[in-house]
Ligand binder design. Structure first.
Ligand code: ATP
Length: 380
């Protein structure tokens, strides 16, 4: 089994009234590339094109180091898993897996062949060999589908919303299992979803897609921290996107007016200029709450302000804390910290935002940044 990078290079195609435009993607061995985008963006068509079901009018597709652009689907060595994992409902677990082996390099395999045992054991489904898919839990279905796909000795795995019919709890467990499996095999994988949580849990690389084109692609951590525009920011769940205006620079920091309050931002990628309208993007987990009783202006190195708690929501380990002041903010804290700091609606709290946690966005995607000069003069 080769373990080489998969690359989609400049792929374009027309399908009825829909076009894929100049798609570039790469995914290396051991990596998971997540394609995230709204309904109709072209995510499935992209997978189908990589799998060989549509012929591009331009570009090249390389899987496992081989140029497969002109090869039919059955010669591309791709393990494809769909919603509900695409198991044949009338076939037992063993018979489903045998189909994979036949598509791979063991055409004579039969469902009760002893040679099947190691594969069943590896996925902990040996005791389920004679069951039908309807009698399996979601985790058992996923393991059967992965066993079948692995039996084909693929050079690439592709997943098209495999979890879309599952409840939140099963999704989470299955994501973890899938991630561990893909890390272990080191076979590159492309995972299509419109669920941000899938992307956060699984992605090494992330591609955001809209209207048949890639809007931004790169290491997932970069896109989560520094989305290129508002569309991407909304897709990667930037909790706080505040309209502001650049006042100027102080050393390596930008001085930004947000709702009449001065915020310092250190964003070396920002190429704006004084007076530019911007979005100040801050992830909820980067908003640090200190509780009450600390002086507001004690530290020039960070942004420190007093805000009022207006809501605390969420169950389980984390709480979402809604804050109000010169502008509104959302913070994420552990349940323990929320209780320790006495964060309840009506209470004031000191809020700290590291300038490095602020990402500045000038939007070129047609979103107008609404900024109006507040009545009060800007306070530091
Ligand atoms: N075989 C086809 N012939 C013509 N148009 C198609 C074909 N398959 C898909 N399309 C169109 O291509 C566009 C993109 O569809 P696609 O299924 O790739 O979107 P998606 O991003 O996967 O969305 P979803 O999240 O809803 O699955 C849609 O407008 C769809 O109607």
């Amino acid at each position: 089994m080769t373990q080489a990078t998969t690359a989609v290079e400049g792929v374009s195609l027309r399908l009825g009234g829909f076009s894929l435009r100049d798609i570039d993607l790469t995914v290396a061995p051991g990596q998971i590339l997540v394609i995230l985008g709204p309904n109709g963006a072209g995510k499935s068509v992209t997978l189908e094109t990589i799998a060989g079901f549509h012929r591009p009018k331009a570009g090249r597709i390389v899987i496992g180091g081989r140029d497969v652009t002109d090869l039919p689907p059955e010669r591309r060595r791709v393990g494809l898993l769909f919603q509900n994992f695409g198991l044949f409902p009338h076939l037992t677990v063993a018979a489903n897996i045998v189909l994979g082996l036949r598509a791979g390099r063991k055409p004579a395999m039969r469902p009760h062949d002893p040679a099947l045992a190691p594969l069943l054991a590896r996925f902990h489904i040996d005791h389920l060999a004679d069951r039908l898919p309807e009698d399996l839990s979601p985790g058992e279905k996923q393991r059967t589908a992965l066993a079948r796909a692995l039996a084909m000795q693929p050079d690439l795995f592709m997943f098209d919303e495999p979890f879309s019919a599952l409840d939140a709890q099963s999704r989470e467990t299955l994501r973890e299992e899938l991630r561990a499996f893909l890390r272990e095999t080191r076979i590159p994988a492309i995972f299509v979803t419109h669920d941000q949580a899938d992307a956060a849990m699984l992605a090494d690389r992330l591609a955001i897609m809209n209207h048949g084109a890639i809007v931004q692609e790169g290491p997932a951590a970069d896109l989560f921290k520094a989305p290129a525009n508002v569309f991407v920011a909304d897709f990667v769940g930037i909790d706080n996107r505040l309209p502001g205006r650049v006042i100027g620079r102080a050393g390596d920091r930008w001085r930004i007016d947000v709702g009449g309050r001065l915020l310092l931002a250190r964003d070396d990628r920002f190429a704006g200029e004084t007076d530019a309208n911007v979005f100040v993007c801050i992830r909820g987990e980067d908003v640090v709450l200190r509780g009450a009783g600390i002086t507001e202006c004690g530290n020039a190195a960070t942004n420190r302000l007093t805000m009022r708690v207006v809501g605390v929501s969420g169950l389980g380990a984390f709480r979402k804390v809604a804050l109000d002041g010169d502008f509104s903010l959302v913070a994420y804290l552990t349940r323990r910290d929320t209780e320790k700091l006495g964060l309840a609606p009506g209470n004031d709290t000191i809020v700290e935002i590291d300038p490095e946690a602020i990402h500045l966005l000038t939007d070129s995607g047609g979103n107008t940044i609404q900024w109006s000069r507040p009545d009060a003069s800007t306070r530091a």
